[in-house]
Design a protein around this ligand. Structure first.
Ligand code: IPM
Ligand code: MG
Length: 360
């Protein structure tokens, strides 16, 4: 198979973790006889430095012309970087929002899984962890507060800022359908998270999700308020299978879910449109404080590449080979600094990539 992959290394630790994921992809290519062609584009702070904007039209077109995008991370140190001395729509993160919208990547899949090898890194008590947990957060990614009208103005001499949370039933239906489809391949349980006791957008969300559920009689649907969900995640994470929610709630809950896996450095994500096209990226940020030091954990990006193989290229066997290689390396006791534990061997970014590639 021939696949055209657009690489967006981005800022901070982005380039070094993407490099390791490419190493692993190339090993997959050699072993299973596929050709991966890469085109690299700039996004985020590095694009601001080169072109004055976080995402150029050409970069977006290049991404659109390929089969999938592999992204590292964008952004810098908000307090210290000159990238933040400009209007919000010219900052690094605006590039990320623009590419999500520009490629219509409305479905953000964020798995949170507790590796038995990393159970000690989980901040929850053993009796709460129980047999572990394995959930997928399905976050709507191109609507809600992130893309609603916003402005700041003076009203009667008082500075006033407005953000708007809008969803239409089509936007809700398409993400709900993805969530139920994924639930059918898993434990057939969907928890739809909203704030229907307060928000109109949540009441519509609930109604549409219930309509979609009628087409999936095998799937059990429950509704949960977002504040309760935040609590349940640290009280009984094992109850969740597929968590379906809107953009902002998903942003917050996915950080919480990732932290209870032990390290945000382990979590992959996929953002998909209606077709097979997707953008794959770690759930963590650009970590400018550790950039270029060969200490970042590349596993989230490597697992994101595995998701790319599975969701965009239908290469299930190859995706499983990557996931197995990651487990092997962890079982052998190799750890980057963020997941280091007593009795394990501490290694850097490059060596982690080498070891995983070798085990494929
Ligand atoms: C994420 C990030 C982004 C988001 C930021 C960088 C804009 O936190 O992917 O979760 O809020 O979506
Ligand atoms: Mg986030």
């Amino acid at each position: 198979m021939e696949c055209k992959i657009t690489l967006i290394p981005g800022d901070g630790i982005g380039p070094e973790i993407v490099r390791e994921a490419v190493k692993v992809l190339n090993k997959i290519g050699e072993t299973f006889n596929h050709t991966f062609q890469y085109t690299e584009v700039l996004m985020g702070g590095c694009s601001i430095d080169a072109y004055g904007v976080p995402l150029t039209d050409q970069a977006l077109d290049t991404a659109r012309a390929g089969d999938a995008v592999l992204l590292g991370a964008v952004g810098g140190d908000v307090g210290n970087s000159r990238w933040y001395d400009v209007a919000p729509d010219l900052r690094p993160e605006a590039g990320l929002l623009a590419i999500r919208k520009g490629l219509n990547l409305f479905a953000n899949i964020r798995p949170a899984y507790l590796y038995s090898q990393l159970a000690d890194a989980c901040p929850l008590k053993k009796e709460i962890i129980g047999d572990g947990f394995d959930m997928v957060i399905m976050r709507e990614l191109t609507g809600g507060l992130y893309f609603g009208k916003r402005y700041t103005e003076e009203v009667d001499g008082v500075m006033t800022a407005v953000d708007t949370l809008t969803y239409n039933e089509k936007e809700i239906r398409r993400i709900a359908v993805k969530a139920f489809d994924i639930a059918m391949k898993r434990r057939k349980t969907v928890t739809s998270v909203d704030k229907a006791n307060v928000l109109d957008s949540s009441r519509l969300w609930r109604k549409v999700v219930e309509e979609v559920a009628k087409d999936y009689p095998e799937v059990t649907l429950t509704h949960m308020l977002v504040d309760n969900c935040a609590m349940q995640l640290v009280m009984n994470p094992g109850q969740f299978d597929v968590v379906l929610t809107e953009n902002m709630f998903g942003d917050i809950l996915s950080d919480e879910a990732s932290m209870i896996t032990g390290s945000i450095g382990m979590l992959s994500s996929a953002s998909l449109n209606e077709s097979k096209f997707g953008m794959y990226e770690p759930s963590h940020g650009s970590a400018p404080d550790i950039a270029g030091k060969d200490v970042a954990n590349p596993i989230a990006t490597i697992l994101s590449a595995a998701m790319m193989l599975r969701y965009s290229f239908d290469l299930d066997k190859e995706a499983a080979a990557v996931e197995e290689a990651v487990k092997k390396v962890l079982t052998e006791g190799y750890r980057t600094a963020d997941i280091m534990a007593e009795g394990c061997t501490k290694i850097g970014t490059t060596q982690m990539g080498d070891l995983i590639a070798e085990r494929i």
